[in-house]
Structure formats: structure tokens, C-alpha cells
Design a protein around this ligand. Sequence first.
Ligand SMILES: Nc1ncnc2c1ncn2[C@@H]1O[C@H](COP(=O)(O)OP(=O)(O)OP(=O)(O)O)[C@@H](O)[C@H]1O
Ligand SMILES: [Mg+2]
Length: 290
Amino acid sequence: MKNQGGDIRDKTSLTGEEVIQLNFINDSGKYFFRKHNRQGMRSHVLEVLSTEDLQKETVGEIIDGIRLYPRAMPKYMLRILRNRFRTLEETLDEIKTYNLVLKFLGPECIALSNEFIVEYTLAGKSEIVLCGLQEYVHGAILDPWGLVGKNPLETFYQSRFPSETFDPTRTEKGRDSIATFVTRMRKMITESGYVTDLAGNGNLILTSSGDVKLVDINNIIQVSKDDTILLDDKGYPSCDKSIEVLWILEDKILKTANLSDDSLYSHFLSVQRLKKVRILEQEFFKSLSS
Ligand SMILES: Nc1ncnc2c1ncn2[C@@H]1O[C@H](COP(=O)(O)OP(=O)(O)OP(=O)(O)O)[C@@H](O)[C@H]1O
Ligand SMILES: [Mg+2]
């Protein structure tokens, strides 16, 4: 009997075994689903591994007479959104927002996803669930608040990819990719009035070859034009924090001149506004722990 044990949208996590039990998953036996070690609040994120790679990880493979156990790398990420869509139109609107982000950021700056709508059956009832089969981005989390040193990008590479063969152009490539990302995101803000959540943990990943990619593609927020500090569906001031991320990237990595004259940043990063945002942020973290 498939789909036992409650609604997947309410569960804190899903195991691979639970995923293959879902009515909309056709288990061919070629792939294995594994819960990713990082999870967010809005979706279940599962690694899609080939059974062949998993076999090598568990029983090992002999290379040059030595048995090695290479970690299986995801072929894709399966994302199952927790949203409760009431109508098909609402679900299609969610896909439209992904397409909007893709239009502005382009495939270079976003982890591409094939979004698909499924009919999820539970206790004889049918529900609409949105899933995505997404490109896996192999890299390290770019934490804007963790950028340190005179040359933060080089420090980042040294600490995050210490064993990688040193590519002397990696900092330059990373910088170029971040510059492209910032320009495109700013264009999206100006032209659409929306920004994606850049502040969430792990939302931006930088690869060892210097490509920055947004992986959290389903969290798009309206940009406030006045003094109102907009909160997202979880009560977090995502818009303000995302603009702050853009500022950090420009300030610390791109070293853009005259940032204080920039109207976007002077609006969002005024001392008074920052104070209010900090209080809202603290309230959000308090609500998580209570
Ligand atoms: N395609 C991907 N490649 C690599 N890592 C990913 C990918 N998708 C998600 N992740 C990682 O999984 C974690 C959760 O992803 P994400 O932030 O998108 O979750 P969410 O539940 O959709 O959103 P939220 O963070 O808004 O609650 C993040 O740390 C992210 O880095
Ligand atoms: Mg996230």
C-alpha cells in the first residue's frame, strides 16, 4: 500500500524509502533517493543517485589495487514543495515565478529545474503538489556574512576547496560570475519589482571552477518601494536581507565604487531601517526556537 504515514507536506523530512512509496514516483530501480544533508523549510530536497554510483560508495571499487569508496554524487536534486496549492492556476503561477527568475538570471546563474505538477493521493484524496528535478550544484555555500579578509574570494577558495588543484584564474572567474549575478539580479529588481531570497542558508553556491548559482529557486519576494519592511510567508524580512546580500557582494567582492550613493542601497540600508530589520530578524529567530 503506497503513501502511508501522513501528508508529506507536513513531515519534517522524507527518507528515500518514503519517496519511492509515493504514488507519483515510478521506481525503475535505476535511481536511489537520498535525503540531502541540507534541508530548507519550504521543500523536501532529495539527492537522485544512480544505483551504480551508490554501489561503488557502499561496496567500493578497486582502483590501482586499492579499494576506494567514492561518495555518490547526485545526478539531480528532487525537490518536493510543501506548498498547499488550492488550484492548478496557483501552481502554474509558482512555475511562472521560476520562469521569471530564469529569464533574468539565465542558465549560468541558476540551478536549472524541470518543474512538474503531480497528483498526490493521500487517504483517497487527490492533492496538487509541485516538484522539480533540478541540476545538482557541486560546490560550497557562499555565505555573504562569512566573507573575511582583504581578498575574501581567495580566502573562500583556500578554505572551501583546499584539496583542489589550484587554478590561478579561479578568483577572477568567481568575481566575474558574481558580477554577472549581481547585475542580472538588480535588473530583475528594477524591471519586475521582485528579488529572490539570497539570504537563506545555502541559497547561493560557488563551484570550484568559479560559477555562482542560485539553488533556492522557489522563493521570490516583492521589493518594497517605501518604508514598509515586507516579511515573507515565514515572517522573515527576506527582501531587505536579500538587498543586503547584494550590497555585501558588491562591497566585499566586486569593490564597486560609491556604493553609498546608490539609490537601492541608500533606501534599504539606512541606519534606521537596518535597526528595524534587525529587530524583525530577532523576532523571526525567536519564533523558530519557541
Ligand atoms: N540543486 C542543488 N544543488 C546543491 N544544493 C542544493 C540544491 N538545491 C538545494 N540545495 C541545498 O539544500 C538546502 C535546502 O535548499 P533550499 O534552500 O532551496 O530549500 P527550500 O526548502 O526550498 O527553501 P527555504 O530555504 O526557503 O526554506 C540548501 O542548503 C541548498 O544549498
Ligand atoms: Mg533556502
